[in-house]
Design a protein around this ligand. Structure first.
Ligand code: TGC
Ligand code: FAD
Length: 391
């Protein structure tokens, strides 16, 4: 296969600044040189390539849009391009960066005290400390407002009890951002910083996943975990706070979907020109194969325009959460459809891990579900246009 040179049917490149292109190319080169050579072995073994974390930190991808504390202060389009390129490698590495940046650093930055920011953001930015985000519970996924995890104020401490499930990076995290209802504060949802070595905190990995195999997914258990009151995120308040974090992560996923789709399209296009069937003709010459490629490039192009505009709106502080829902919903669906079509174009080779397609396809099944399922985003868009909630 030839080296990946990007997928740009509409000269979207011309809409990017020089800095945005440079950041994209830096990550693209790293993915090509350092990540892709090792991803298949990690995917087979069901492990995350932790040895690559320091380099990710050095490249500045963690908390890249935040200002100060060692963060790069990138604009949202540049950050989106980082997520696109990472997910061209694998959804697992994009997930890892999404969680660290959007779901751990962002809440500390937005809802934390100055002491919490000084303590945690610099090591999280470098990848010296790792974080996870505990919102989902075994019985509450799409409806996190029903959560059972509770915090109780006792003297100058909080005592936390509950279970969280499907938590990315759970067993490798030093710090868990835990969302809990505070019993003696009218069951208001608040965010807590829980160091994972505290007595009563336990994390166990989920095994047997057929999706996001090169990513750590865990269950968390908190039994009478005592934390000082200074570990409460003071500016968090209500379900709106974790949902604000989700907006950041969903935004990155929308760009990531473009990356996964690009990987599948590029592979299928190249393969179709080399593979010959009937009259010694490349399969690219058959109309039905062309129809699939035409569908893919059209949908990728539409998805690129969608995220670029959402990114520009975000940079102008004009984005609304339903805009992000539309981009997440569309782009992950589009990527999954591209993966399925690309798999088909490769015939039997499509199911082998010599090619990246099946790995992307399996990953995208999770990406379609997490950060709000496809159907939950349908209902968010439906609610925004009708004014009527249908959850
Ligand atoms: P609802 O009453 O609608 O909302 C509660 C309050 O929040 C406000 N709000 C938002 N604010 C900011 N951003 C958003 N996206 C918001 N959506 C709602 C809302 O205005 C309200 O504010 P206020 O001031 O009136 O209190 O809440 P609800 O309980 O009816 O639920 C709404 C629903 C279904 C949309 C929401 O709960 C939802 O999004 N469910 C999906 C859950 C989800 O996405 N979970 C993700 C877990 S994390 C994860 O998956 C990480 S994967 C990581 C990786 O590896 O990449
Ligand atoms: P459910 O909510 O039980 O939904 C099941 C089905 O019912 C879906 O098709 C859904 O669309 C549908 N449904 C539900 N309600 C409605 C409705 N009102 N109307 C129509 N259809 C409906 N969570 C975290 O907190 N932190 C993480 O780091 C994290 N990482 C994850 C990593 C992976 C690999 C995975 C798979 C999940 C992760 N999650 C994480 C959890 C994820 O956010 C949830 O799986 C997701 O929100 C869906 O919840 P659920 O799986 O309980 O499905």
């Amino acid at each position: 296969m030839e080296k990946f040179r990007g997928v740009d049917y509409y000269r979207i490149e011309d809409l990017l600044s020089e800095e945005e292109r440079m950041i994209r190319d830096t990550i693209r080169d790293w993915v090509e040189a350092e990540f892709l050579p090792v991803v298949t072995e990690h995917h087979r073994a069901g492990t995350f390539p932790v040895s690559l974390i320091p380099k990710l930190g050095e490249m500045g991808v963690f908390g890249a849009t935040l200002k100060g504390y060692g963060c790069l202060g990138l604009n949202n389009v540049a950050y989106g391009l980082v997520m696109q390129e990472l997910e061209r490698g694998d959804s697992g590495v994009r997930s890892f960066v999404s969680v660290q940046s959007a779901l751990v650093m962002y809440p500390i930055y937005s809802f934390g005290s100055e002491e919490q920011k000084e303590l945690w953001l610099p090591p999280l930015q470098k990848g010296e400390k790792l974080g996870c985000f505990g919102l989902t519970e075994p019985d509450f996924g799409s409806n996190p407002g029903g959560m059972r995890t509770r915090a109780r104020k006792v003297g100058n401490e909080y005592v936390l009890n509950g279970e969280k499930m499907w938590i990315t990076s759970g067993t490798i995290a030093d710090l868990a951002v835990i969302w809990a209802k505070v019993e003696n504060e009218n069951d208001q949802v608040r965010g807590f910083l829980v160091e994972t070595d505290r007595p009563g905190f336990r994390a166990d990995d989920v095994h047997g996943k057929w999706s996001l195999r090169a990513s750590v997914t865990s269950g968390l258990s908190l039994q009478d975990v005592r934390i000082p009151e200074s570990n409460l995120l003071p500016k968090s308040g209500g379900l709106k706070s974790p949902l604000m974090c989700l907006n950041q992560a969903r935004y990155g996923i929308a760009w990531g979907g473009v990356g996964a789709a690009m990987a599948c399209y590029d592979c299928a296009l190249q393969y179709s020109k080399l593979r010959k069937q009937f009259r010694d003709q490349p399969i690219a010459s058959h109309q039905l194969v062309q129809e699939k490629l035409a569908w893919m490039i059209t949908e990728i192009t539409k998805a690129q325009l969608l995220v670029l505009q959402v990114g520009r709106l975000k940079d102008a502080d004009k984005v609304e959460h339903q805009h992000i829902s539309m981009a997440k919903r569309n782009n992950v669906w589009m990527a999954l459809e591209c993966a399925r079509m690309a798999r088909d174009i490769l015939g039997a080779n499509g199911i082998a891990d010599d090619y990246p397609i099946m790995r992307h396809m399996m990953n995208l099944e999770s990406v379609k579900t997490y950060e709000g399922t496809h159907d939950i985003h349908t209902l968010i868009i439906g609610s925004s246009v009708t004014g009527v909630d249908a959850f």
